[in-house]
Design a protein around this ligand. Sequence first.
Ligand SMILES: *[C@@H]1O[C@H](CO)[C@@H](O)[C@H](O)[C@H]1NC(C)=O
Ligand SMILES: *[C@@H]1O[C@H](CO)[C@@H](O)[C@H](O)[C@H]1NC(C)=O
Ligand SMILES: *[C@@H]1O[C@H](CO)[C@@H](O)[C@H](O)[C@H]1NC(C)=O
Length: 486
Amino acid sequence: MSVPLLKLGAVVSTMIMVSNWMSQKLPALVGLDLHAARPGTSEKLVSVWSPGEDEGWQVFGSVQDRCVCSIMSPTHTLCGGDPRHDRLQRLANHVLNVSQDMELLNQRTAQDLQHLRDSETLLDALETRLKTAHDDPHSLTSKSLQDLRWSVSQCRPLRALTGRLRADAGQLESLKEELGRLEDSLSVLQELFTLRHYQRLQERSSVLQQHLHTCSSQLGCGRLTGISAPLTVRSSGSRFGSWMMDTMIDSSDNRVWVMDGYLKGRRLVEYQSLYDFANGQNFIIHHLPHPWAGTGHVVYNGSLYYTKHHSNVLIRYSLASGVVQHQQPLHQAGFNNTFPYSWGGSSDIDLMVDELGLWAVYSSTPHAGTLVLSRLHPHTLEVQRSWDTGFPKRSAGEAFLICGTLYVTDSHLAGAKVHFSFHTDTASYEYTDISFHNLYSHISMLDYNPRTRALYTWNNGHQVLYELTLMHFIRTARDSDQPHAG
Ligand SMILES: *[C@@H]1O[C@H](CO)[C@@H](O)[C@H](O)[C@H]1NC(C)=O
Ligand SMILES: *[C@@H]1O[C@H](CO)[C@@H](O)[C@H](O)[C@H]1NC(C)=O
Ligand SMILES: *[C@@H]1O[C@H](CO)[C@@H](O)[C@H](O)[C@H]1NC(C)=O
């Protein structure tokens, strides 16, 4: 009897295992990859990704300090509506019937056994008496004969007992066959359940992974809503300079590059890590083949991009080979302090990288000094497309790009804030009021790194980081034809 119950137990525990598997796997499937939530970036997710109604599953994302995606399973259970579920239910009832029958049989057998034991005692007594009568026939009295007869009559139920036991043996045999059949059905069902459920979960999981991929790729870009308190990494160098890390999103290069000063410098210092930089250790000094101008340099995919001194020539310098791979003038771009940021310092051309690629911020005489933003080809340095933001470049403290949106500060001095932004996707601008703490009062470099998702600044001889709060608008399939929320 214990065999089918064990089997049933196995089916039930398989189902429990399946739901445990789900509760363990699904958060991992949807819990966004930690890469999506980089340390030091706090983000708030505004909208919800919801798959089609027929899908039944809903994925909710919320990002606060770290990325969390939750899944709501459909209200009907995984097994509901499944004909195999009914079959299993019937089988379970059947097993219950059979075990009740077994239980009855068991009770009866126990009673019968007691009866047999009692009869055994009687038979023993009878045997003794018969032996005595046999040994000494004279001892037989009518009284003792009556006793003997009574003893024999007491053993009469044994006949009924034998009949019952014979019947029970028959029932036991048929129950055994029944159990064999049940066991077979359960094995078949169990295999069906496990395999089909596994396949269905696999399908679900791949659909969810697609959603997750879409979800996290949309999470990548956000709109700036806040800048953290400054974090001073190090105090080194002169008042003006530039420091950076590779901005290529999937790079694992954590070296820090430092270019102190803005005029005619050629000394490029390489630190093995941010830790080494913070501690001023483990560095190598490189000499660039051409001196630089300004502080608008950027490191992208293993190359340093910078402006050649006294020119608007852009240089792509390979950090691995130490060779200039390409030079290309940025046509019409002002240089030699013609259209610098408010602090001067030959900051005419500011190169930067965001999630979309390489860009240059500059101005020109035809643009009458307004800030121009151009998308550059990372190899040829050719301008691919340009936008005139209309903002006077000399009034800008600094500028940085996040996801194709240019953010411009109104000053390089204390009290500076991000007060203008230009969206390249819609070629529109707006005024913003995002303040930040300009701790050392003179900023000569401010750049966003899309890989580390932090702002890097050179603040009066201090190298400072800011964390950002980015607001994400995730478009659902349903509202995709509405205008972009940003
Ligand atoms: C279980 O027993 C009841 C009554 O004894 C019967 O009506 C029912 O059909 C049985 N169920 C199965 C699955 O054999
Ligand atoms: C990055 O550099 C590698 C090797 O130099 C090159 O193969 C790859 O195309 C580059 N990627 C981009 C986006 O420029
Ligand atoms: C740039 O300015 C320097 C002096 O500040 C001058 O000597 C040089 O000729 C200028 N170069 C050009 C191309 O205007």
